[in-house]
Design a protein around this ligand. Structure first.
Ligand SMILES: [Fe+2]
Length: 253
């Protein structure tokens, strides 16, 4: 299975349960590993934006209400709308089970699908790995994830500093990720635009378990050009329990 094809299948689970089931079979869907399967609508025959598991204002003062409304309702919705227009079930131009057609997608000839499926996947993961922290309580990982971070990055502080530095210095629009490589090794990677570490990007595919949106639409209303301030605020609302859950499933290609 190509990595891009794998990505497409996993992404399908985000909000395309009905269509994906039609395409690849419910047995395969239910048995897939490493999926980020939130809030899919079994009856939907199209991709859908998952509802936020908290209120628009719940991430204040770290991520402002207006940004959340526009980001979720307008930006994410736009990716989903364009994706649905590109992969209308009655007008499919690729088949998730067809290697040749998926290879065509993989080679980037259909940038509409690549960009918008990536945008849907990335944002769905982003919302799920945030949580309110109104009192500004200390917010750190625990358990096996903390052990793995300490092992892979020498210390949690080193990890946070490295991640923040990579995110702050990334040029243009994209994402910074904490990923799991095969064998449960952790790494920090960045991807441009709406690409994703699951895609074939010249390096070994990896499973993203935490990501920060570095597009200006994610922070410009509150922080303007000060991306570093946004990154520092974002750490306060990371949903480490969700990240730990994703980490615990490992990555098996
Ligand atoms: Fe975004």
């Amino acid at each position: 299975m190509s990595d891009r094809r794998d990505f497409l299948k996993k992404s399908a689970l985000l909000g395309l349960t009905g269509l994906a089931a039609d395409l690849i079979g419910k047995d395969k869907l239910s048995s897939m590993e490493n999926t980020v399967n939130f809030l899919a609508d079994d009856n939907a025959k199209k991709f859908t934006v998952p509802k936020l598991p908290y209120a628009y204002n719940a991430l204040e003062p770290y991520i402002d209400t207006k940004t959340m409304q526009i980001h979720h309702d307008k930006h994410h919705q736009a990716y989903v709308d364009k994706l649905n227009a590109a992969v209308n079930p009655s007008n499919m131009n690729f088949d998730l089970d067809d290697d040749m057609k998926c290879r065509t997608v993989n080679m980037g000839t259909d940038m509409v699908i690549r960009n918008n499926l990536g945008g849907h996947y990335n944002h769905s993961l982003f919302w799920s790995t945030l949580k309110p922290n109104p009192k500004g309580a200390p917010n750190d990982p625990s358990g096996l994830l903390m052990e793995a971070i300490n092992k892979n990055f020498k210390s949690y502080e080193t990890f946070k500093n490295n991640f923040s530095d990579r995110a702050a210095k990334f040029f243009g629009s994209g994402w910074c990720w904490l990923v799991v490589l095969e064998g449960s090794t952790l790494n920090i990677v960045t991807t441009a635009n709406q690409d994703n570490p699951l895609m074939e990007l010249g390096t070994a595919p990896a499973k993203p378990i935490l990501g920060i949106d570095l597009w200006e639409h994610a922070y410009y209303l509150k922080h303007q050009n000060k991306r570093a301030d946004y990154i520092a605020a974002w750490w306060n609302v990371v949903n480490w329990k969700k990240v730990e859950e994703l980490f615990s499933k490992g990555f098996h290609r």
